[in-house]
Design a protein around this ligand. Structure first.
Ligand SMILES: Nc1ncnc2c1ncn2[C@@H]1O[C@H](COP(=O)(O)OP(=O)(O)OP(=O)(O)O)[C@@H](O)[C@H]1O
Length: 232
């Protein structure tokens, strides 16, 4: 088990927006987190990354509470949204900066980026533009590639398919699959795209009003089951 949630609660203005008594995530799982707007997905991710603190309970990564230890930062990478980028840099400058945090030289970074040329689809490198001038989808690509520079064991992506063109959505799915098969990366992906998450995730967690309503291993029936749930 890599992540364990215990008696977790987050309350905003008297309203409980996350309430998860118990949840365990095992090494190597690819998990799709689904739920309507306001279900609590981003709030859960923010607590997992210690960006906000729970009102009760906690999230334990390799048995250590993320709110009181730092070790998890060495093996956890995330991309929540474009606010996590440094948008006055070009993508190249940003990758070199992030690489430097992981002791990568400029040449290491250039070599690393070769793996992502197909994912970038010719849109990211050598454009001469600052990150702020890219479309949201292309900013997503920068954030995802930068998050993976650290070779994480645990990867958190908040709505990674949103704003991506169909070609890149398909490439992102292959990337997630290969992270699991070649590096056993544990990945948690929130998404409103039921097709994509059931396609790529082995387990689906459905949140509603902060509570886990379904926690299922993906089978050929899962997409139909989720569509039935959301259309009711
Ligand atoms: N800083 C905050 N102050 C007050 N309420 C907040 C705050 N952050 C989130 N909330 C509320 O908590 C609830 C859960 O929001 P959250 O963003 O986690 O949902 P979500 O599942 O990620 O939704 P979406 O699919 O729209 O991204 C919502 O009702 C939201 O309004």
């Amino acid at each position: 088990m890599i992540v364990e949630i215990k008696d977790l609660k987050k309350v905003y203005a008297g309203r409980t927006v996350v309430n998860i008594p118990e949840l365990q995530i095992n090494e190597g799982e690819t998990i799709g987190l689904v739920g309507n707007n306001g279900a609590g997905k981003t709030t859960l991710f923010r607590m997992l990354l210690d960006l906000i603190r729970p009102d009760a309970g906690g999230i334990f990564s390799k048995n250590e509470n993320v709110a009181s230890t730092d070790e998890w930062k060495n093996y956890t990478a995330s991309f929540l949204d474009e606010n996590f980028l440094i948008d006055y840099l070009t993508p190249e400058e940003y990758f070199i900066f992030i690489g430097s945090l992981h002791n990568m030289t400029r040449t290491d970074v250039e070599q690393y980026l070769q793996r992502y040329l197909e994912f970038f689809n010719g849109e990211i490198l050598n454009s001469g533009k600052y990150i702020r001038d890219f479309s949201k989808g292309n900013q997503n690509k920068v954030g995802i590639a930068a998050a993976l520079m650290q070779n994480p064991e645990l990867l958190i992506l908040d709505e990674p398919f949103a704003n991506l063109d169909p070609t890149t959505q398909i490439r992102l799915k292959s990337l997630v699959r290969s992270l699991r098969t070649t590096h056993q990366v544990t990945t948690i992906i929130s998404s409103h795209d039921l097709n994509h998450v059931t396609d790529v995730c082995g387990r689906i967690i459905l949140l509603e009003k902060g509570q886990v309503i379904k926690d299922i291993q993906t089978t050929e029936n899962t997409l139909t089951e989720l569509e039935a749930y959301f259309s009711a």
